[in-house]
Design a protein around this ligand. Structure first.
Ligand code: PDD
Length: 293
């Protein structure tokens, strides 16, 4: 039997409700077509990490799917703070906007709908000490998703099926290859390191441009870690000294096993440890930067 849904406060269309009680129409285009976009924002001790950047990306996703944004960025930030008042500590905020509820099912975009806006929080599951110190195992697969992976769409069946390939063998992520090049993983971006130089795949339509990806690129530049953004052939992934996953929830995590083989010497590498330290420092400064702002 499945567990009862907890009565955790959430936000639906202007009201605070609970995830047990909040209800959406069966005709909602998010339910019928996966016609919506979303964001996941990490919150440390009540302060969003790069909240503004997440809402700027939400705007880009909405522009791509021709959905009018019901809120300006500052309004969004205020709404999240309202919900966070019910959820102290470290949280993951999930935000979803769908095209709304038409009167019938029709693929073409209906005019004049009010988007459905939903937000919920759950405790942020940051990587465990064990994961940080030992790294994680991943598998690879062909990237069989569509060609608009830069949209943070709620249509996630491709990502879900990709993720399951790693879940089936007890691995943390599925790293995807398209036409012989690294793209990303099912719910994370991927970086590789060779001879002390970090490389990341291009910011194009074949990956979701992670907020964490962008933050890492910035932290690398500030920390004088050499980093290149360019196409990464499969052979380079397989011969890398280090492979990392990044995402809002995984932060930066070393991949120490790929398809059952060790990555480099099978331990998180020196460049990872440097990058992880820079990331933790950035996180630790969040509250003081928020107070100063
Ligand atoms: N996933 N690529 C994909 C396909 C993702 O789903 C994600 C994030 C990322 C990393 O993006 P960011 O650094 O902005 O979190 C890259 C979120 C966490 C999720 O779907 O739960």
């Amino acid at each position: 039997m499945s567990e009862p849904i907890p009565a955790l406060p959430c936000y639906l269309n202007g009201e605070i409700s609970t995830v047990r009680d909040a209800k959406v129409s069966v005709l909602d285009r998010g339910f019928i077509f996966g016609d919506g976009v979303y964001e996941v924002i990490p919150v440390y001790d009540g302060v969003m990490l790069r909240g503004r950047e997440h809402f700027e990306r939400l705007q880009r996703s909405m522009d791509e799917i021709r959905l009018e944004n019901p809120h300006a960025v500052d309004e969004w930030l205020g709404l999240v703070d309202k919900l966070l008042a019910h959820h102290p500590g470290n949280q993951s905020v999930y935000i979803q906007v769908t095209r709304g509820v038409p009167t019938k099912r029709d693929h073409a975009l209906p005019k004049g709908l009010t988007p459905t806006v939903f937000m919920m929080c759950y405790p942020l599951a940051s990587p465990s000490r064990e994961q940080v110190e030992n790294g994680v195992a991943c598998v690879t697969a062909r990237d069989f998703r569509w060609e608009k992976c830069h949209i943070k769409s709620t249509s996630l069946l491709g990502n879900v099926l990709a993720r399951q390939l790693s879940a089936d063998v007890g691995a943390t992520e599925t790293i995807l290859l398209r036409d012989g090049f690294l793209t990303e993983a099912s719910a994370s971006n991927v970086f590789v390191v060779k001879d002390g130089v970090v490389a990341a795949p291009p910011r194009d339509n074949l990956i979701l441009l992670g907020i964490t990806y962008d933050l890492l690129v910035r932290l690398a530049a500030e920390g004088t870690v050499k980093l290149e953004i360019r196409p990464i052939p499969e052979a380079e992934l397989r011969a890398a000294d280090e492979v990392w996953l990044t995402s809002s929830t995984k932060e930066v995590l070393a991949v120490t096993q790929l398809d059952g083989k060790p990555v480099g010497d099978g331990r998180p590498g020196a460049v990872f440890r440097r990058m992880h330290a820079l990331y933790q420092e950035h996180k630790a400064g969040l509250r003081s930067r928020a107070v100063a702002a």
